[in-house]
Structure formats: C-alpha cells, structure tokens
Ligand binder design. Structure first.
Ligand SMILES: [Zn+2]
Length: 240
C-alpha cells in the first residue's frame, strides 16, 4: 500500500514531478539526447533498438534447455537479448549501480506484459534475493524492483522476503558452469514466515539477467523444496 493518499500522489504526479523535470531535465542514458518528461531513462529510438526475444529464438531455446532439465524450473519468460555493448546493458547497469531503481519497475512491466501475451499466470512473485549486506550497500534489490513491475502489470502479489540469501556468493563472471553451481550451493533458504504459502503455488521467480541459470535453479530448488508446484523463471534479459 502506498504511504501517500490519492490526492498526495496526484500532487506528486502533477506538480512535483514536472517541477523536478524542469530543475533536473532527463537525458537518455545511452545516447544522451534530451527526453520528454513522460519518458524515463531512454529515448524512444534507443528503447526500440533493444533486441527482443521470442520463444522460438535459439538463445531462448538453449537457456530453457539449460534451466528446465530436471524439473526444478518449469518454464521461462524473458524479453530482451543482453548485449555487452548494447542499450540493455546500459539500462541494467544503471538500474544496478546508478540508483535507477525505477528502471527496474519499467523493465518488470515489460516482463509482465510478456507473461500476459503468453498466457503465463501464477500465485506469487518472488525476486531473487540479494544478501542483506549487499542490499544495504546498494539501497535496494534490483530484482525486487523488476518483480514490482511484473506485479503491477499482472496483479500477482510480490513477496520480496519469500526467499532469503544465506550466503554471500562470489561474483560468477569468471566461473565455469560447474563452479557456478558449486558457488550457489546452500546460497538460499525459504523465508521463515513464508514456508506455508509456497505449498502447491505457482511461483514466478524474477531476476535481471539469466546467463547459465545456476542462480535461478538454486533458488527455484528451494521453492520446490518448500512445496511449490511450479516455478517459472522470469528475467528481463538472457545473456549468452
Ligand atoms: Zn537514446
């Protein structure tokens, strides 16, 4: 529930946001052109240039093959192809490291739209958690921001503390697939208050970018261990 009343929220939307826009004009974070107040973070051409995935793309098929092998993850939703030099990289980077939390909500809405188009539903949305020390450093969990966008679009409730990160894992970029799996072992646990609500539920497990899928599989197996019937992995992008 919002802390602001309806009229206070309207005041923010009608008065404070345009004022902030006047004082601090927005620029596309990729190409640096000025963008209108209604647009956030990217100009239209940059947003439209982000390569979109379809379930018949080979990257989508390969990733689904990797993460849906042993019945832990049941399905995959993802919207964009993550490119090392692309617009999507700048947007994800800004969301994670430049305090652009609202970019996460915006991207989450795209994920939610994709779910609706494909007829994918669920009872609970769970973001991949950060370790509490990392979340404190960053100020927020970017996967939770994406999950909030998915929830806004689909109406499925988001439960940010359903799973907790119990181990501070090292960054996975330089690790092989086997090392990543080992790195993620015992990294997650079910949130104590939420064990019962997982029983027979379809969980939408949300992350920013899926590469090998070791993080999402480790987290999904904790949900399945708590009795979840289905786990759908949902990410903004897939990386090769
Ligand atoms: Zn641009």
């Amino acid at each position: 529930m919002s802390l602001l009343s309806g009229s206070a929220r309207q005041c923010v939307a009608l008065v404070i946001e345009p004022l902030l826009e006047f004082l601090y004009p927005s620029w596309c974070l990729f190409c640096r052109v000025r963008i209108p107040p209604a647009q956030r973070h990217l100009c239209r051409p940059c947003w439209d240039s982000m390569p979109r995935l379809s379930p018949s793309d080979s990257l989508f098929e390969e990733t689904r093959g990797k993460i849906c092998v042993d019945g832990i993850v049941d399905d995959l939703v993802s919207v964009f192809v993550f490119e090392d030099q692309g617009v999507i990289r700048s947007l994800v980077h800004a969301m994670k490291y430049q305090s652009r939390a609202s970019a996460g909500v915006m991207l989450g809405a795209e994920v939610g739209m994709n779910m609706i188009t494909r007829g994918i539903d669920g009872e609970i949305i769970v973001p991949i958690p950060l370790h509490r020390i990392k979340e404190r450093e960053r100020g927020y969990n970017q996967a939770e921001m994406i999950a909030r966008g998915v929830s806004k679009m689909t109406g499925i409730p988001c439960v940010p503390r359903a799973v907790v990160r119990t181990k501070q894992t090292q960054t996975q970029t330089m690790l092989t697939i086997d090392q990543r799996r080992e790195n993620m072992e015992g990294a997650f646990d079910i949130g104590r208050k939420y064990a019962a609500s997982m029983k027979n539920a379809t969980c939408i497990l949300v992350d920013d970018v899926i590469t090998t899928g070791s993080t999402i599989v480790a987290c999904a197996s904790v949900l399945k261990g708590a009795g979840a019937q289905r786990v759908v992995a949902a990410s903004v992008a897939l990386a090769r």
